[in-house]
Ligand binder design. Structure first.
Ligand code: ZN
Length: 250
């Protein structure tokens, strides 16, 4: 049974990992894309990937590489070909984006794994980054039904208008307008309301991945279970939601 070399789950179809030993090794395209996106968060590595993609596209197809790799790649290069030190290549090798096609005592030939998949993932990243931080349409009447708390209202309005990534925790005794703030914010588009005692980690992950809310409104946050806390912390820290399930990685 074949296993994906990234998530180690069953694989029937995916990108071939070039190599002279076992040309049958494969990775899921979505696993590869996820790794590429992660690595490309480092601008230096993103530049390196783009450079290698361009190099390979210019030099493919290369018959010798096709032959030695059992047709698992159409091009290969040594560090001296691309002018990049072996140490820098090794970071991509360790990440699982580059594979060794062939090596002898004196030379090592590398190739990108699933060049088209990596290229597509980087393209998607570019699309995401050129979309300007969507500014929310904030009605003038927002919060007018709440008396007082002008400093808090101004603060939240400012954050919304600027589209900043922020987290607010409203603490106070009952009947101090905490839920009213949530209700008012719930009028904005792209919000997702939830109640602490009724959420689970899996449910929250689903909500993030399926609805991609701009704003999560969580009432009774003190009642959320531990697994939901873990999801929240990850989102708050990095903005990422990852789900790895049998045959599924999102
Ligand atoms: Zn996989």
């Amino acid at each position: 049974m074949a296993l994906c070399k990234i998530c180690f789950q069953d694989i029937a179809k995916g990108s071939l990992v070039p190599g002279y030993g076992e040309a049958s090794r494969m990775v899921h395209e979505e696993c590869l894309a996820a790794v590429a996106l992660k690595i490309a968060e480092d601008p230096g590595k993103e530049g390196l990937l783009r450079y290698l993609i361009e190099y390979e596209e210019k030099h493919a197809p290369h018959d010798w590489s096709k032959d030695v790799s059992g047709q698992s790649t159409d091009v290969s290069w040594e560090w001296t070909d691309v002018g990049i030190t072996a140490t820098r290549i090794r970071s991509l090798l360790n990440a699982g984006l580059v594979s060794i096609v062939f090596s002898t005592n004196s030379s090592t030939y590398y190739s990108l794994i699933g060049r088209a998949v990596i290229k597509e993932a980087l393209g998607r990243r570019e699309e995401l980054s050129i979309v300007p931080a969507a500014k929310l349409d904030i009605p003038d009447s927002l919060f007018v039904c709440i008396i007082g708390y002008n400093d808090l209202k101004d603060e939240i309005r400012f954050t919304l208008r600027e589209g900043r990534k922020s987290h607010y925790l409203l603490i106070g005794p009952p009947a101090t307008a905490k839920s009213l703030f949530l209700l008012e914010l719930g009028r904005l588009s792209g919000t997702f309301p939830a109640t602490g005692s009724r959420v689970s980690g899996a449910g929250l992950t689903d909500a993030f991945l399926n609805y991609q809310p701009k704003i999560l409104l969580l009432d009774e946050i003190d009642k959320i279970p531990m697994d939901a806390t873990a999801v929240l912390l990850s989102v708050m820290e990095t903005g990422d939601v990852l789900e790895t399930k049998y045959k599924r990685h999102r």
